[in-house]
Design a protein around this ligand. Structure first.
Ligand SMILES: Cc1cc2nc3c(=O)[nH]c(=O)nc-3n(C[C@H](O)[C@H](O)[C@H](O)COP(=O)(O)OP(=O)(O)OC[C@H]3O[C@@H](n4cnc5c(N)ncnc54)[C@H](O)[C@@H]3O)c2cc1C
Length: 375
């Protein structure tokens, strides 16, 4: 995959994944151009809650847990570098998470999770109802117990994306073109790659497709559309008036992220409704019901905003990261579904190692695009 000393790479999409990849490639010496059809961070990324919690719901996929745990390790450096290189502040807290149970089956599931995590060497602690309420006094009487995982955290994603853009542009020579949709990617007969856009054709040595839910809409010569589908998520931003929460609270049907300014994020719906980016009354009502059941004071919170994003889902809920089978020097970095923020530093590192060192990290096996015929 390495093409020459200072390869010219075109990155399609400037969400958290495209920005992280572009920044890392630029930092490591590539000449990077980013094409974005909207504004930087204007896709799923602007709606994200920014939770960094690979060990919640980790029984669903061992591969995702491994990737998430690897990526979590990179976060301190990832944020520190973005802050230093951009000169901007980024909200980043490792407060831990409290996953609460409101009935016997979910309490038993938390006990199983605890045993599995301890066996894997992950620090965690099961709290009885009164211990959980001592830790978070705003929890209601419905809470029967909780699992505390101290290593988890959250980040302010809009500020982080802006910092990555600034760091890439100011320190690593990355250029960003917004309002320019890529339409088609093809290999040049005498080497190199071409990206056809609404504003003409761009030539480069290599291409990274990081267009999130819209990745299947960018045609790849000789390949079928990528199996990436949009999964809508709605999220509320509320002005919290109760006792401040000390950490992320994960409840049945929602989660809550306490921002230091006293506001909180309540997310998120998971809806298969195609490319419909509207906020709906039903979505808001479902979130309010879920949060009110665990944190009764949420019903009196002020309303600040609602955000909607389309998560890039794949048939097996795992990302698509790695070389394309249909086009040489095309690398996919998409399909991150519910974990794109958590997985951004790892994705950037894996893609840069592949493109600049020709090193195919063993972690890429689980997310290899080749597991789907189209890719
Ligand atoms: C409500 C909600 C809450 C979430 N919470 C979390 C969380 O707590 N933790 C977590 O890890 N993840 C979370 N996620 C998931 C996370 O936000 C996504 O996985 C992540 O944002 C995906 O990033 P991306 O860069 O791949 O896609 P996007 O952010 O969608 O970026 C893709 C970009 O490509 C651009 N684009 C599309 N087509 C083209 C084209 N043809 N040419 C040029 N540009 C194009 C788009 O405009 C867009 O800006 C959440 C998502 C939602 C919706």
């Amino acid at each position: 995959m390495p093409v020459r000393d200072r390869p010219d790479v075109i990155v399609i999409g400037a969400g958290i994944i495209g920005c992280a990849v572009a920044c890392e490639l630029g930092r490591r010496g590539a000449a990077v151009r980013v094409l974005e059809s909207r504004d930087v961070g204007g896709g799923a990324t602007q709606a994200s809650a920014g939770i960094l919690a690979p060990f919640i719901e980790s029984d669903r996929s061992r591969s995702l847990r491994t990737l998430g745990a690897e990526s979590l390790e990179l976060w301190d450096d990832f944020v520190a570098r973005a802050v230093v290189d951009s000169g901007r502040d980024v909200l980043y807290e490792r407060t831990g998470t409290l996953e609460v149970a409101t009935d016997e089956p979910s309490m038993r599931r938390l006990e199983q999770t605890r045993s599995a995590l301890l066996a894997a060497g992950v620090e965690c602690r099961l709290l009885r109802a009164e211990e959980a309420r001592a830790a978070e006094p705003s929890l209601g009487r419905t809470v029967g117990g909780a699992l505390l995982i101290p290593s988890h955290g959250f980040a302010g994603v809009a500020a982080l994306t802006a910092a990555l853009r600034q760091a890439g542009a100011a320190r690593h020579g990355v250029s960003f073109q917004t309002g320019v949709p890529a339409r088609r990617i093809r290999a040049r007969p005498r080497g190199g790659m071409a990206v056809e856009t609404a504003a003409g054709t761009l030539d480069g040595d290599a291409v990274v497709l990081a267009a999130g839910s819209w990745s299947g809409g960018v045609a790849v010569e000789g390949g079928a559309p990528l199996p990436v589908r949009p999964v809508r998520g709605q999220l509320l931003h509320l002005a919290w008036i109760g006792e401040p929460l000390a950490r992320v609270v994960w409840c049945p049907g929602c989660y809550v992220v306490p921002w230091p300014d006293g506001s909180m994020l309540v997310g998120a719906t998971v809806e298969d409704v195609g490319f419909d980016e509207r906020a709906t009354v039903a979505g808001m009502a479902a979130l309010m019901e879920a949060v009110g059941a665990v944190l009764p004071e949420a019903r009196n919170a002020g309303f600040e905003a609602v955000r909607v994003g389309l998560r890039p889902g794949t048939p097996d809920d795992l990302p698509l990261v790695g070389p394309s089978a249909s086009a040489p020097r095309l690398v996919y970095a998409t399909g991150h579904y519910r974990s794109g923020v958590l997985l951004a530093p790892l994705t950037a590192r894996l893609v840069a190692a592949l493109m600049l060192d020709g090193r195919e990290d063993p972690l890429l096996a689980a997310v290899a695009p080749g597991r789907f015929d189209a890719a």
